[in-house]
Design a protein around this ligand. Structure first.
Ligand SMILES: Nc1ncnc2c1ncn2[C@@H]1O[C@H](COP(=O)(O)OP(=O)(O)OP(=O)(O)O)[C@@H](O)[C@H]1O
Ligand SMILES: [Mg+2]
Length: 246
C-alpha cells in the first residue's frame, strides 16, 4: 500500500481578519498527482503556504510524512515552486545552470558545492526541463516561460519526494507545457514522487492529474479527474445560480 504523504485535518486559515480556508481535510498518498483548481482568490496559494508552514493556520493540523510543517525531518523532502517564483530580481546575475544548482544545496553540503552528484542532478534537471540550450545564459535574459522552467528545474534538482507547484504553467507555450506535464507525470509513475499542482488550466490539469480538488474556501469536489463535474455543476457546488432564465 502506498504511504501517506500529506494529511490535512480541519485546516482553517484567516488572513487580514477574513476566513480564507475553512475546515479543509485532505489526504494525499505517495505517487499521487493531485491537481487543485478554483477561482481567483479562492485560497489555493494560501492552502499551499499553510501546508508548507510558511503561513500560520488558525486551527487544524498538517502532517507531511507524519511530521508537522518545517520539521527537521522534512529537510530536502519538499520541492516548492511558488506562484511568484519566476519573478526573479532583474539584476540577478546567475546563469540557468547556477540557479538550478542552488536547488541541490542544503545545510549539509554547503562546502561541497561542486560534487559530482550535485553536478549530475543539475544536468538531469536541466535536461528534463529542456533548458540545455540556455543553461549558460543569465536568468535575466530568458523569456518568461524559460524562466518558469528554470525555477521548476531548481525544484526538481532538490530530489524532493513531494513537489508542490503553484501555477507552474503560466506563460509557458503549449508545446513546452505538454512536455512539462509529461515530465511531472513520469516523476509520479517512474520515480514514485508525489505532486500537488495548482493551476487555472483545467484542460492541462485534467490531462495529467489523477485526482482533482476544487477548492473555494473549503473543498467543493475531491475525486478522480474523470468524475470532475462540468463547469455549470461546479458553479452550483459554489452556490452560484445561473443568471439566465431558461
Ligand atoms: N498577503 C495577504 N494578506 C492578506 N490577505 C491575503 C494575502 N494574500 C492573499 N490574501 C487573501 O486571501 C484570499 C485567498 O488568496 P490566495 O492567494 O490564496 O488565492 P488563490 O486561490 O491562490 O488565487 P489566484 O488564483 O488568484 O492565485 C484572497 O481573498 C486574498 O485577498
Ligand atoms: Mg494563487
Amino acid at each position: 500500500m502506498a504511504g501517506l504523504v500529506l494529511d490535512v485535518c480541519d485546516l482553517s486559515v484567516i488572513r487580514s481578519g477574513k476566513v480564507v480556508i475553512k475546515d479543509v481535510c485532505l489526504t494525499v498518498d505517495e505517487g499521487e498527482f493531485l491537481g487543485i483548481v478554483g477561482p481567483n482568490g479562492s485560497g489555493k496559494s494560501t492552502f499551499l503556504l499553510a501546508v508548507l508552514g510558511l503561513l500560520k493556520s488558525n486551527s487544524g493540523t498538517v502532517r507531511i510524512y507524519g511530521h508537522p510543517p518545517l520539521s527537521r525531518e522534512l529537510h530536502q523532502k519538499i520541492g516548492w515552486v511558488s506562484q511568484a517564483a519566476s519573478y526573479l530580481p532583474r539584476n540577478l546575475r546567475l546563469t540557468v545552470r547556477e540557479l538550478v544548482r542552488l536547488g541541490t544545496l542544503h545545510s549539509g553540503n554547503l562546502y561541497d558545492f561542486d560534487s559530482q552528484n550535485r553536478r549530475n542532478r543539475t544536468t538531469q534537471a536541466i535536461l528534463m526541463t529542456g533548458l540545455e540550450n540556455v543553461q549558460n545564459t543569465e536568468i535575466a535574459r530568458l523569456s518568461g516561460g524559460q524562466r518558469q522552467r528554470a525555477v521548476i528545474a531548481r525544484a526538481l534538482a532538490t530530489e524532493a519526494d513531494l513537489i508542490l507547484l503553484d501555477e507552474p504553467l503560466v506563460g509557458i507555450d503549449r508545446e513546452s507545457r505538454n512536455s512539462l506535464l509529461k515530465l511531472l507525470d513520469n516523476l509520479c509513475h517512474e520515480e514514485g514522487k508525489t505532486i500537488i499542482m495548482v493551476s487555472h488550466d483545467l484542460t492541462a490539469i485534467s490531462q495529467t492529474a489523477h485526482r482533482i480538488v476544487f477548492l473555494e474556501e473549503t473543498i467543493r469536489f475531491d475525486g478522480p479527474t474523470s468524475k470532475l463535474p462540468d463547469l455549470g455543476k461546479l458553479a452550483s457546488l459554489r452556490g452560484i445560480e445561473h443568471v439566465h432564465q431558461d
